[in-house]
Design a protein around this ligand. Structure first.
Ligand code: NRN
Length: 416
């Protein structure tokens, strides 16, 4: 096993990018120091399908410090940073990833699987699905897997429900130190970052439509409001819609928002949220982007079929001219705009997400043979250990319960 990257000569640039991320990921670096001493992953072979970014590289180097052998592929054709991939390849990681590897995406996954992994790591579930469908001969080696994102956890929960999940999976996404920060504050900032790098347009005063008020949508709506946009939220869930309204956002149906919106972003994890019926109602010049994991939230095929021409007007911006002359601008091919047009979430939030990844891999190895073939949450003690280390790195001290308070909170007798 060697590697396949865009250009190994980019490694020096990648080294510098990774070094910058390491300076802002203190929790993961403290775990790396522990791993270097205890080598908890000695002899463990890992196949990872994650976004190949400077932050992911810090996780990969931490796992390597723990003794693991790693094959890494990208979890989206547009999210790989080629310099980072080159740097990891130079440091002995079997990397099969390069930006715009659309037609080799699954070839890269199958190359990574040649490591015959004990542990799989997914962001979206394409690797675990490939093992369960096309490479079942590898299942006998696998101890367990981890999943980074909401969409992937949905897929693995469905695999469990249908009785086809063949090994235990830890839903890293569902750790509080992951979704409360990565999904909310990470996506909130990185999606704005992707839109600004792609368009360089002003957000203040624009009608900014957020489809989906989950943790990602909450963060994005909050940050778009912070930039002075007039934020409109669309939802299918009554409770989340009510929450968006009480948070002070305008809430309406997508078919009504279509007529007035300037910028539309989908973060639902669902399919065809913005389809032809919606796009044919949009204003001339409307901008459409996705920040959900898969690129099916926007019906790009409809745009391809119903436009009389298209042209790339800026990097990551394609102008589709509809038959009546109206123009719609699609960012990053409808793929996750935060990673495809920018660098994804900042290192400070990925610090916690990837600390959960590293400690969940260690936990899976410790629990070898004792777990069932189902989706597990990250053990609470790991979640809280990560929060404690993060607070410490921020120089924040908090109070402790006194003995009396612990008894009071356990009791029921004391009242008015
Ligand atoms: N910088 C990043 N590196 C990054 N930003 C967001 N993600 C990243 N992965 C590596 C992932 C988040 O954890 C994308 C996933 O969908 C989300 O859960």
């Amino acid at each position: 096993m060697d590697y396949k990257v865009k250009d190994i000569k980019l490694a020096d640039e990648g080294d510098r990018l990774i070094e910058w991320a390491e300076q802002h990921m203190p929790v993961l670096m403290s775990i790396r120091r522990d791993f270097e001493k205890s080598k908890p992953l000695r002899g463990v072979r890992i196949a990872a399908c994650l976004h190949v970014t400077k932050e992911t590289a810090v996780l990969i180097k931490t796992l390597k410090a723990g003794g693991a052998k790693i094959a890494l592929t990208g979890s989206n054709p547009l999210s790989t940073n080629d310099a980072v991939a080159a740097s990891l390849a130079k440091h002995g990681i079997h990397v099969f990833a390069w930006r715009e590897n659309h037609d080799k995406y699954y070839w890269c996954i199958e190359e990574a699987l040649k490591i015959k992994p004990h542990i799989t790591m997914d962001d979206g579930g394409d690797l675990i699905t490939t093992i369960h469908t096309k490479h079942t001969e590898l299942l006998k080696n696998v101890v367990g897997g981890t999943e980074e994102t909401t969409t992937g956890v949905h897929r693995q929960r469905a695999m469990e429900k249908n009785g086809i999940l063949k090994y235990p999976v830890v839903a890293v996404n569902d750790a509080m130190t992951k979704f409360l920060f990565d999904n909310r504050y990470g996506t909130g900032q990185s999606t704005i970052d992707g839109i600004l790098r792609a368009t360089s347009l002003l957000l203040a005063g624009k009608k900014f439509v957020v489809a989906g008020y989950g943790w990602c949508g909450r963060g994005l709506a909050m940050r778009a409001r912070g930039m002075g946009a007039h934020v409109i939220v669309t939802e299918v869930d009554e409770i989340r819609a009510l929450e968006a309204a009480m948070d002070g956002f305008e809430v309406m149906r997508m078919r009504d928002a279509a007529k007035i919106g300037d910028i539309f972003v989908t973060v639902t994890g669902d399919k065809h949220v913005i389809d032809g019926r919606v796009m044919e109602k949009m204003k001339d010049g409307a901008i459409v982007a996705n920040s959900g994991h898969f690129d099916n939230e926007i019906d790009v095929e409809w745009l391809e079929k119903n436009s009389k021409g298209k042209r790339e007007v800026r990097k990551s911006v394609v102008e589709y001219r509809l038959k009546d002359g109206r123009k719609i601008y699609l960012l990053a091919e409808g793929r996750l705009v935060n990673l495809a047009a920018a660098e994804g979430h900042s290192p400070e939030v990925m610090d916690m997400s990837f600390a959960n990844q590293a400690l969940s891999v260690k936990w899976l190895i410790e629990m070898k043979g004792k777990l069932e073939n189902k989706v597990y949450v990250v053990p609470d003690k790991i979640d809280r250990e990560i929060a404690r280390r993060k607070l410490k790195s921020m120089g924040i001290k908090i109070d402790r319960l006194t003995k009396e308070q612990k008894e009071y909170l356990r009791g029921w007798k004391e009242g008015t």
